[in-house]
Design a protein around this ligand. Sequence first.
Ligand SMILES: NC(=O)C1=CN([C@@H]2O[C@H](COP(=O)(O)OP(=O)(O)OC[C@H]3O[C@@H](n4cnc5c(N)ncnc54)[C@H](OP(=O)(O)O)[C@@H]3O)[C@@H](O)[C@H]2O)C=CC1
Ligand SMILES: O=C(O)[C@H](O)CS(=O)(=O)O
Length: 480
Amino acid sequence: MSLNPLLFKTQAYIDGKWVNADKGGVIEVTNPATGEVIGSIPNMGKAEAERAVLAAEAALAVWQQKSAKERANILRKWFNLMMQHQEDLAYILTIEQGKPLAEAKGEIAYGASYIEWFAEEAKRIYGDTIPGPSADRRIVVLKQPIGVCAAITPWNFPNAMITRKAAPALAAGCTFVIRPASQTPFSALAMAVLAEEAGIPAGVFNVITGDAEDIGHVLTESPIVRKFSFTGSTPVGRRLMQQCASTIKKVSLELGGNAPFIVFDDADVDAAVQGAVAAKFRNAGQTCVCANRIYAQAGIYEEFTQKLAAAVQKLNVGDGTKAGVEIGPMIEPKAIKNTVSLLEDAKAKGGEVLCGGEHKDLFFMPTVIKNANTDMRVFSEEIFGPIAPVFKFDTEDEVIRLANDTEYGLASYFYSENMSRVIRVYEKLDYGMVGVNTGIISNEAAPFGGVKQSGLGREGSKYGIEDYVEIKYVAIAVKS
Ligand SMILES: NC(=O)C1=CN([C@@H]2O[C@H](COP(=O)(O)OP(=O)(O)OC[C@H]3O[C@@H](n4cnc5c(N)ncnc54)[C@H](OP(=O)(O)O)[C@@H]3O)[C@@H](O)[C@H]2O)C=CC1
Ligand SMILES: O=C(O)[C@H](O)CS(=O)(=O)O
């Protein structure tokens, strides 16, 4: 495969124009599998970000003058174009982010599914009429687009994290400014090429690249921006939320996780092993919903850990553009350093490495640690890498307490064939999402999001549009 020059853009996209940074600065982007420079993007800052916000404000009228059905049809065209270009978009994603091509193709389809879903939701943003408290009063409730929306997204899902925000925003009649992660900007720019081709008017969808802090201050502190959405780490999300407070902006946050993955004695152990591999090693463990702490009940602990290690050892690690590769590189040296540090800490505190543990360049071998315990950093920190610590537990009450003992509350998973236990456990897990007998829970029809310090709001599903509309109450006096 090779880069499609029509989709591979090295300029930002503001107000329907492809532009460089005012001062001409650029940021180089490298392929994490090879270290080669793929290309560069404009290193923009405050002035360009302000222009992007003004362009989005100016485009509100033209976008809102279209009917919901017209907006829906344009979004549908955007979805169709993404799927027509799935292979080319996946290749761009793999060389900038590292995930294997099969996973990248999956992300393109997953990201596009949010556009498909909200193209349909665009036509179903309903208001209410409410019986008035007296004969001379009428109550009308409208749901109207909130206005200019802005977002900052991470490197681990360079397509889907953007469409999960842009699709409901545009469906609701809002306009949008996105600042993608510096490591993975090309997927966002390719999205803009197809947005333009789909008929999304200039200024409605803008992609700005460059200095995170300078651009971030504009997107969080400009009074023109009415809604800010962030996906990334909890510390950065907390800081951006504080910045949004200056203008009382509507904020949605998809932040870090520390997902428990619980296997009870009455589980289908082979299914649980497959689920654990999927939940732990997707994107080389670099997702916020990855299984972070694996708990196996005493009765099946030996069987489960041995079968898990046997399955993990078979995973094919390498350059994601090569056929058959299942685990790509980590995103950058900092990620490798953090993963090594977590592993060394676990080993020093009694962990036994059943497989993996080594790394070369940005490739970290998928690792299973037996005899994990709560003194280890992997118990309380988000690993965000291909390490699977397996903890032993005895009782249901004990594992629920351990699972909930974290400031995070994004995803959780457990395996049991006992229906009463299934209901008891999913009711007691303090998380925004629970996977029962499955390790993969993300799709466009479901409300994705967390509780506690994993975030605010939900993305996808019928709930996802609510963050992009404002409710207006109209009180009407009626003469008899
Ligand atoms: N809940 C969820 O859905 C997700 C959560 N995450 C979490 O994010 C972490 C890993 O992703 P990672 O990208 O390292 O997270 P970061 O929070 O470091 O970065 C996320 C984005 O924020 C930008 N950013 C960083 N600092 C600032 C700032 N001060 N002002 C404005 N923008 C800023 C980054 O820019 P740049 O890197 O270009 O400097 C990047 O685009 C993990 O904790 C993971 O769990 C990640 C993805 C999804
Ligand atoms: O960034 C992430 O980790 C994603 O939100 C996970 S998922 O939605 O692709 O499962």
